[in-house]
Write a protein that binds this ligand. Structure first.
Ligand code: V0V
Ligand code: CO
Length: 152
């Protein structure tokens, strides 16, 4: 054993995986991020379960994995991002944090009393497993846990 303090445990969150940004027009917003920041789209998907058409733009390679900007256009008004746009307009919708074991992270975080919007992981961008925490229990921030797909 190394000389870590008793009670120390490794952080559940290993990196910022992505910042999710709600927009009205995905193509227009992608073009803005490409031309203004030089970012590159590495994935575009429609996720019916989450009610979004989304794009991932690669930002950096952190030690624990890649990080992205996720641009989100709602598939309709009666979806999480559709309701968010109606209420708040365009802007930051959620923060997605990397975790190494999403089921263990959900169990640990749920035990603290934070409400889990997803008791079990769901299908996320690029084959990741994702789950959301209630923004009212995380200081007003809709928080997503992301376990990236393994190699292959
Ligand atoms: C709503 N609220 C938020 C919020 N959305 N607060 C912070 N950040 C947000 N993004 C607040 C809102 O202002 C209200 O507060 C309250 O929550 C209830 O709002 P609502 O209009 O009733 O909204 P609902 O019915 O959409 O419920 C909100 C939640 C819902 C967060 C429960 O949107 C949800 O389950 N989201 C998780 C799924 C998701 O967002 N999927 C899209 C991304 P006041 O005004 O009452 O105080 S998909 C994705 O990221 C993928 C696929 C990926 O990364 O791979
Ligand atoms: Co996300």
């Amino acid at each position: 054993m190394t000389g870590t303090p008793s009670g120390w445990r490794p952080p559940l969150l290993t990196r910022i995986d992505h910042v999710g940004i709600a927009c009205r027009d995905l193509a227009v917003t992608i073009a803005f991020y490409e031309s203004t920041f030089g970012l590159v789209v590495v994935s575009r998907e429609v996720n019916e379960e989450q009610g979004v058409s989304e794009a991932m733009l690669h930002v950096a390679d952190a030690p624990a994995g890649r990080s992205y900007v996720q641009l989100l256009e709602p598939l309709g008004p009666d979806t999480p991002v559709g309701r968010f746009l109606a209420r708040h307009g365009e802007g930051i919708h959620h923060v997605g944090y990397g975790v190494t074991d999403i089921s263990a992270a959900l169990a640990s975080i749920g035990a603290t009393g934070v409400r889990l919007l997803d008791a079990r992981p769901r299908h996320g961008s690029m084959g990741a497993s994702i789950a959301f925490l209630h923004p009212k229990d995380v200081g007003g921030v809709l928080t997503e846990l992301v376990q990236a797909a393994g190699p292959g």
